[in-house]
Design a protein around this ligand. Structure first.
Ligand SMILES: [Zn+2]
Ligand SMILES: [Zn+2]
Length: 159
């Protein structure tokens, strides 16, 4: 499905085709929760980078997080340099993919039937994950990709 998104000040607007639009995966890692997760986690979607159209790209800035070993993450976190809204993650190691933050999407998104909570070993102490029956939970990375999760539930949307 086609997703439309924007930052809060509207200096950056974008559209992208997504076959993995269900906002089910909550990442509690320190990067996500600090840069994009006011409630203790952030939610990324899966989309096709070849279809990404950006209006106001000159207003973007990119953050590459410093990792525990001192190296920079290869992930490029794109945000609006005027209002600070986190917009999407792009990693040159997966050039066909882009991961918009669900929080930046204006198109109504499907409500996920269950959720997956990841990087719980990194969560802030005050955050109590809302774990429901059927939810997955992982101290680190999950056991399936965004695309696999959608395919297994028959929720992949064609482009
Ligand atoms: Zn903005
Ligand atoms: Zn994360």
């Amino acid at each position: 499905m086609k997703l439309s998104g924007s930052c809060h000040c509207q200096a950056v607007r974008f559209t992208v085709e997504s076959s993995s639009p269900c906002p089910y995966m909550r990442c509690y890692c320190s990067i996500c929760r600090k840069t994009a997760g006011g409630g203790g986690y952030a939610i990324n979607l899966g989309a096709d980078r070849r279809t990404l159209q950006i209006d106001g790209a000159e207003n973007l800035s990119v953050y590459r997080a410093r990792l525990d070993d001192g190296a920079r993450s290869s992930g490029e976190r794109n945000f609006c340099r005027h209002c600070g809204s986190a917009l999407w993650l792009y990693d040159p190691g997966w050039p066909d993919l882009v991961h918009p933050h669900a929080s930046a999407i204006d198109t109504p998104l499907p409500v996920p039937p269950d959720r997956v909570h990841i990087m719980l070993a990194s969560k802030a102490g005050w955050v109590e994950p809302e774990l429901r029956a059927g939810d997955g939970s992982f101290d680190g990375y999950p056991d399936e990709s965004l695309a696999q999760w959608h395919e297994r539930r028959g929720l992949s949307t064609s482009e």
